[in-house]
Design a binder for this molecule. Structure first.
Ligand code: FE2
Length: 334
């Protein structure tokens, strides 16, 4: 079955992908396995974002999500082996991370931005009005390649969207003054909740002591994709950078330092509406995003009224030449 792709409505990047004639998720996965390069090629051609609709069969047969994930790389994270909270791991398929406000996960959505809408009545996407922009697990070295994100039970339309930003287009569009600053810049990333966020530093919180496998990790702010060769911006903001010693190597640290000023400038450029796609979820939607070339941010939904249940897998193993031969920073040596 051929893979058909078409541009994603409301986006300047990404594509809608479907296997012609595949009637359910099982048939889609079989078709993808029969042509193992089709989805990855489509993903890279679309700057790192694919949407597949009508994949509800995954809810009944979660192993399908794992099978599909393996087409994007051999190392699909087994969350039982990486210290994830057991309540956030799917009981049958440990490669699935559960993102939900419902028990036993109880992860609340982010707060609403203030004000909740832009001056022209739109969903805020641009930093710093919008907060929470990140790329998954950038606090690990080497960082992961790709995530699959599946809507088992989405929140209603108009809330609980996920925002995605095209870091390739944003890099290409950087003003030359900013491009010169970022080309050799190195960011310092750290796990959220380590007491090292922008807010924590501003509040004067004592940072948590970090164990040997939780240390802040240096990442280039500009990465070259190992397959497409495209260059893109790679950084996070308030919650996933280390604001005690960063956000950037060799620049004045802290929320009022010159590093912070530059981070605000880059993030606000990167998250301009022209680079951002806001995905409104339907049940059975599967989104595939390349963490090397996109950022994303969750949005608020009314968690008092609605239970949302999302599943994620994470694929690693092809971070690019920069990371060649490195051991995994988050795991004890075997
Ligand atoms: Fe994420």
């Amino acid at each position: 079955m051929p893979l058909n792709t078409q541009p994603l409505a409301g986006a300047s990047f990404g594509c809608l992908a479907e296997f012609t004639g595949a009637r359910d998720a099982g048939a889609v996965v079989a078709a993808a396995e029969a042509e193992p390069d089709a989805l990855t090629n489509a993903l890279y051609a679309a700057n790192g974002f694919l949407l597949m609709k009508g994949m509800q069969g995954i809810t009944e047969e979660p192993a399908l999500l794992n099978r599909l994930s393996r087409l994007f790389g051999e190392e699909v994270e087994n969350y039982r082996e990486t210290g994830m909270r057991p309540t956030s791991i799917h009981t049958e398929v440990p490669e699935i991370l559960i993102v939900s406000n419902m028990p036993p996960v109880d992860r609340p959505p982010p707060k609403r931005p203030e004000p909740p809408l832009t001056a022209d009545g739109k969903l805020p996407v641009q930093f710093p009005h919008r907060r929470g922009w990140h790329t998954d697990q950038s606090y690990r070295r080497p960082p992961p390649d790709i995530s699959l994100f599946y809507a088992t039970i989405p929140s209603p339309k108009g809330q609980g969207q996920t925002l995605y930003a095209d870091c390739i287009a944003a890099y290409e569009a950087l003003p030359s003054s900013l491009k010169a600053k970022v080309d050799d810049l190195v960011g310092i990333h750290v796990r959220p909740g380590s007491g090292r966020t922008e807010d924590a530093v501003r509040n004067g919180d004592t940072p948590d002591p970090l164990g040997p496998y939780e240390q802040p990790q240096h990442q280039p702010v500009v990465r070259t994709h190992p397959i497409s060769g495209k260059r893109s911006l790679y950084l996070c903001e308030a919650g996933q950078m280390d604001w005690t010693i960063g956000p950037f190597v060799g620049m004045e640290p802290g929320p009022d330092g010159e590093g912070a000023t530059l981070l605000y400038e880059i993030m606000s450029h990167l998250t301009q509406p022209k680079f951002v796609y806001a995905h409104e979820w339907d049940e059975g939607d599967l989104v595939i995003y390349d963490n090397r070339t996109t950022l994303h941010a969750a949005t608020w939904f009314d968690a008092e009224k609605h239970g949302r249940l999302m599943w994620r897998t994470t694929i690693s193993g092809n971070p690019g030449a920069e990371y060649e031969g490195e051991r995994k920073s988050w795991l004890a040596a075997e």
